[in-house]
Design a protein around this ligand. Structure first.
Ligand code: LMR
Length: 329
C-alpha cells in the first residue's frame, strides 16, 4: 500500500501539496486525488479524465496522481487528510460531508430531484454555491459537483416490491442522519459502514441489503452477495469535488486557470455520461443473471415519497429554510 504523503514536501523537482514559498517556475506541482470507487464508474472515469486534461493543458507542469478504490483513504479519512494537505483533491459523496456540514443533507432527501436535469440545476445553481460557501470555514474549496446517479435497493432475504417488504430488514447506509431517518421510516434498521466494507458486510449477512447506484453495485460486485435489485430511484448520489484552500490559493494564477478549465471540461463530460454509464452497468448486471430486477412504478414511487416525507420537516427544523427553499418544487 502507498504511504500517506507527508505534505508540503519536495521530492526531487516535484512539489507535492505545494511548499508555498518555494514553488519555482520549473517545479512540478503534484496533486494527489483520492477516491473510493472503482475506475470504471462515473467518478473513477472523471478523475482519470481530469488527470489527462490537467496534465496536457499544463504541459506536464501539474501531475495528478489518482488513488481509486480507497487504496489511500476511506472517505472520512480523506476529508481529514485533505484538511491537512496530505492529499489535494477528493470527491466524496455529498452524504459524506454531512457530519461536518449538516446543510449538505439536502442532497440526501428522498425523491427530491425528478431527474438528472433537476440535479444539475441544484448542483450548478444557488444551492450548490451556498453549500460550497460552507466549506470555506473548514479550509476547503468546492471546485465542482459531479454526478453519479439515483440510488437503488439491493437485498438478499426477499425482493422489495411494496413498502411492507422493507420492514424489519437492515440496510447499509452512508453516514447521514437523513439516510438513517429514511430507513427508520421504512421500518428498517440502518447500519453505517464505509464503502470499502460493504461487500464483506453483505457477504457475512451483517446487513440484509444496501442502497447504491447501479455503477457501484456492478463495479463492486454486490450482485455476488445479493439476490434482488429494486430500481426505486429513491435518492440521488452525487459528489463534491473539493480541494485544500491553502494549496489551491498557492497555485500560480496561470496554472489555476488551466486546472479550472480541465475541471470544467470534466464536469461537462460527467453530466453527459454518468447516466449512460449507469444504464450500461444495469445491462451488465442483468447479464450476470445474479440479481432479480424489479422496477417500481410511478404510483409506487409516489407512495414511497409520501411515507418518507417527514424527513423534509425534520431537515427544515434542523437547518432552516435557507437551503431547503432551493430544492425543486
Ligand atoms: C458509498 O459509500 O456508498 C458511496 O459514497 C461510494 C461513492 O463514492 O460513490
Amino acid at each position: 500500500s502507498i504511504p500517506p504523503n507527508p505534505g508540503n514536501l519536495f521530492s526531487g523537482k516535484k512539489v507535492v501539496g505545494v511548499d508555498f514559498e518555494q514553488v519555482g517556475p520549473e517545479d512540478k506541482i503534484v496533486i494527489k486525488f483520492s477516491h473510493v470507487v472503482a475506475e470504471n464508474t462515473p467518478k473513477g472515469l472523471a478523475a482519470n479524465k481530469f488527470k489527462r486534461l490537467a496534465e496536457s493543458k499544463t504541459n506536464g507542469r501539474v501531475e495528478v496522481q489518482i488513488f481509486p478504490n480507497a487504496q489511500l483513504y476511506d472517505d472520512d479519512a480523506a476529508i481529514a487528510a485533505l484538511q491537512q494537505n496530505q492529499v489535494q483533491m477528493i470527491a466524496p459523496a455529498t452524504s459524506k460531508m454531512t457530519y461536518l456540514i449538516p446543510e449538505w443533507q439536502v442532497f440526501d432527501l428522498p425523491y427530491a430531484f425528478r431527474d438528472e436535469e433537476a440535479v444539475k440545476q441544484a448542483m450548478e445553481g444557488e444551492l450548490g454555491l451556498k453549500l460550497f460557501s460552507l466549506l470555506e470555514p473548514h479550509g476547503l474549496i468546492g471546485l465542482t459537483m459531479w454526478d453519479n446517479g439515483f440510488k437503488q435497493l439491493t437485498t438478499k432475504k426477499r425482493p422489495i416490491h411494496k413498502l411492507n417488504d422493507i420492514q424489519g430488514l437492515s440496510f447499509r447506509i452512508m453516514d447521514s442522519n437523513i439516510l438513517k431517518k429514511q430507513f427508520e421510516l421504512f421500518g428498517a434498521t440502518p447500519v453505517v459502514t464505509r464503502f470499502s466494507d460493504v461487500y464483506s458486510f453483505l457477504e457475512q449477512d451483517m446487513t440484509d441489503g444496501q442502497e447504491n447506484t447501479l455503477s457501484n453495485i456492478y463495479t463492486k460486485r454486490f450482485y455476488e452477495v445479493q439476490d434482488y435489485l429494486t430500481v426505486s430511484d429513491h435518492g440521488y448520489l452525487g459528489y463534491a469535488v473539493i480541494t485544500n484552500q491553502e494549496f489551491w490559493n498557492a497555485i500560480p494564477d496561470d496554472i489555476q486557470i488551466l486546472l479550472e478549465e480541465a475541471m470544467k471540461e470534466t464536469t461537462q463530460w460527467i453530466r453527459v455520461n454518468a447516466k449512460r454509464i449507469n444504464e450500461e452497468q444495469l445491462e451488465n448486471l442483468t447479464r450476470t443473471q445474479r440479481l432479480r430486477v424489479h422496477y417500481l412504478t410511478a404510483t409506487d414511487k409516489a407512495e414511497w415519497k409520501k411515507l418518507l416525507s417527514p424527513v423534509y420537516q425534520q431537515l427544515t427544523s434542523e437547518i432552516g429554510n435557507e437551503y431547503m427553499r432551493f430544492l425543486p418544487k
